[in-house]
Structures are given as structure tokens and as C-alpha cells.
Design a protein around this ligand. Structure first.
Ligand SMILES: CC(C)(COP(=O)(O)OP(=O)(O)OC[C@H]1O[C@@H](n2cnc3c(N)ncnc32)[C@H](O)[C@@H]1OP(=O)(O)O)[C@@H](O)C(=O)NCCC(=O)NCCS
Length: 154
């Protein structure tokens, strides 16, 4: 299937909210998003000046996206990934990996030198990030924070 990576724009909000609801209302998250609450959450995030997002578009529309904030501190540009999701019908087929790698390359091109993320401990998502070279920086009983740094990449 032909896939394209595209910057996440205001016009993608509804399609992204649909993917988000499907992905996070499903296992293992089993959250209770509605289309409206997802649209409100993502819309607010997208309106922030630091917002950065990338969509994965297939023939049938957006099937996943990755988004978060780029911040600059002490001269270092960092990206914190707030959300990453792939529509359940397409999970486990390496689309998330392709999206993550494309985002990492584009962020590097923009001068970003580290990528951070927080997720729940012992989830498939944690395994996914470990596979993509992120290292645990801090953990609580339930959450884990992970980071990838350009200078440590092999
Ligand atoms: C996490 C997620 C983005 C990974 O994308 P993906 O396209 O399903 O994953 P890929 O096919 O590229 O990679 C597969 C690896 O990801 C992990 N994984 C995470 N969730 C998975 C899922 N639902 N199905 C299959 N693999 C999953 C596994 O470690 C798997 O490794 P394996 O091949 O050794 O089993 C996607 O499954 C998803 O949207 N899940 C629900 C939302 C979520 O958890 N987001 C991250 C929250 S921090």
C-alpha cells in the first residue's frame, strides 16, 4: 500500500481525532475518548506554538500520526512526543516504526538533538520505544520516561 508522510495540519484534526479514539479506546489503554474530547485535546495541542506533528497517510486517509512539542533550552532543541498512534487495523505491520523513523529524521533535519517520551511501564509501547533506541531516564511505579539522544546514537 502506498503511504505518505505529511506535516500534521489544522485540516487533519478530525481524521487524527478518529485514529486517536480508535487507538486509545482499544487495548491495552481502554480509555474513554469521544470524538469531541479527542478533537478538543488534539486541537489545543496543535494550536501551541511549539507544536510539531507528522501524519501517515494511506489510500484511505490518515492511518496514524506522531506529535508533540519542540522546545529550545540552553541552545539545545528537544522534541517531546506527546502522542503516537496507528489505527488498530494497521498496528503490528511496521507502520508505527516507519512513522517514528521518518519523524526522527525530519526532527534531526530541523536541528533537534533529543527525543523524549513518557508511557506506561510494561506496555507494548514501552517495548516499541526500546526497540527504537530510546533509553529509560526515569520511572515511577507505573510510568516510564524515555529519551533518545543524537550524540549517543550508533
Ligand atoms: C504503539 C504503536 C504506535 C506501534 O506501532 P505499530 O505499527 O503497531 O508497531 P510496529 O509494527 O512498527 O512495531 C511492532 C512492535 O511494536 C510493539 N507494539 C506496540 N503496540 C503494538 C500493537 N498494538 N501491535 C503490535 N505490536 C505493537 C511491539 O513491541 C512490536 O514488536 P514485535 O514486532 O517484536 O512484536 C501502535 O501499536 C499504537 O498506536 N498502539 C496504540 C497506541 C499507543 O500505544 N501509542 C503509544 C502510547 S505512548
Amino acid at each position: 500500500m502506498e503511504m505518505r508522510f505529511e506535516p500534521m495540519r489544522a485540516g487533519d484534526l478530525v481524521a487524527c481525532a478518529e485514529v486517536f479514539v480508535e487507538a486509545f479506546n482499544g487495548a491495552p489503554w481502554n480509555e474513554s475518548w469521544t470524538l469531541d474530547s479527542a478533537r478538543e485535546f488534539l486541537g489545543k495541542l496543535m494550536a501551541e506554538p511549539e507544536f510539531w506533528g507528522l501524519c501517515l497517510r494511506g489510500e484511505q486517509g490518515i492511518i496514524g500520526f506522531l506529535c508533540g512539542r519542540i522546545t529550545v533550552k540552553g541552545g539545545e532543541k528537544s522534541f517531546f512526543c506527546v502522542e503516537l498512534c496507528i489505527s488498530p487495523d494497521f498496528q503490528g505491520q511496521k507502520y508505527g516504526s516507519q512513522l517514528f523513523e521518518a519523524a526522527r529524521q525530519l526532527l534531526l533535519d530541523e536541528g533537534v538533538s533529543s527525543i523524549g517520551i513518557g508511557t506506561d511501564k510494561n506496555t507494548p509501547a514501552e517495548k516499541f520505544y526500546l526497540r527504537h533506541g530510546l533509553k529509560e531516564t526515569r520511572a515511577t511505579e507505573t510510568d516510564v520516561y524515555m529519551e533518545w539522544r543524537k550524540e549517543n546514537a550508533s
